[in-house]
Ligand binder design. Structure first.
Ligand SMILES: [Zn+2]
Ligand SMILES: [Zn+2]
Length: 273
């Protein structure tokens, strides 16, 4: 199996570390990674979330996207022969604003090799809210509005399904990001209905197959104290492998020291024996 980290961030992320990408890549090389996909959060449409301070942290400003691409391309060249760096983005599924993401892809599709397509937002009473910002924000702006965790989970998976369709239209390698992100604050939320998760996850399998989209086996859930669980369950990984749906490890590193975390778990989860 190719040792590949398919989901990582850089200093162009405003809620991560300002350590330069070189430090992440050196970590990856030291751990024997052969391919390393740089998948930064892109800019978002102005006012996508109401909270201006949060908005500024979610994605880089539009004028930096060019610098980001240049920088990753430069490092791709510099590390050639040591590790394969691939140029990517973690695109957001923007409900009702698909044109924004389409424009990014039109502008950069010729450079992009890897896209992680993620659902980070759900609509609330007066705009969009992050499902992964804080437990309190989740409770007061999403849970209170929908008044039921089951309704919220269903809506989340409806959006994941739409995201898979959107990802399937893109020409480069695509993976659906951290499919169980809605569980990030699970320890602070009403109990989830496990049967519902199983049904909704199973429902994704034929869609992933049909649209040729892979799965970001994102291990960041392990590092989050309110989650302490993988975002992609092992049974789901096994089903993907049986159905030839690509499963790619994703450290979702927002700091150099997070590169490669839980690789052993991934290796074990994907071993067919
Ligand atoms: Zn991030
Ligand atoms: Zn993400």
């Amino acid at each position: 199996m190719l040792k590949w980290d398919g989901h990582t961030h850089t200093q162009f992320c405003y809620h991560g570390s300002d350590a330069p990408l070189e430090q992440y890549i050196e970590q990856a090389i030291a751990q024997g990674f052969q391919r390393y996909s740089v998948t930064e959060h892109p800019p978002l449409p102005t006012g996508w979330v109401n909270d201006k301070r949060l908005f500024d942290e979610l994605g880089m400003p539009e004028h930096e996207l060019n610098d980001y691409m240049d920088y990753v391309l430069k490092l791709k060249k510099r590390y050639e022969g040591q590790i394969e760096i691939t140029v990517g983005l973690e695109l957001d599924y923007l409900h009702d604003n698909q044109e924004y993401t389409d424009k990014l892809v039109t502008a950069w599709g010729h450079v992009l090799e890897d896209v992680v397509y993620s659902v980070h937002f759900l609509p609330g009473e007066d705009g969009n809210y992050c499902i992964d910002f804080t437990a309190d924000d989740f409770k007061s702006n999403l849970l209170r509005y929908y008044d039921s965790i089951d309704v919220l989970v269903d809506l989340y998976f409806d959006h994941v399904e739409l995201a898979i369709e959107q990802a399937g239209r893109l020409p480069m390698r695509t993976r659906i990001g951290h499919i169980n992100l809605i569980r990030k604050f699970q320890k602070h939320l009403p109990t989830f209905n496990e049967k519902q998760f199983q049904i909704r996850l199973e429902g994704l399998l034929p869609l992933l197959q049909k649209h040729g989209v892979g799965v970001d086996v994102n291990i960041a859930g392990f590092r989050v104290a309110s989650c302490e669980q993988e975002y992609v369950p092992q049974w789901f990984i096994k089903r993907c492998i049986e159905l030839d749906i690509p499963v790619v490890y994703g450290s979702d590193a927002h700091k150099p020291e997070q590169v490669g975390l839980y690789w052993d778990w991934f290796e074990q989860a994907t071993s067919t024996s």
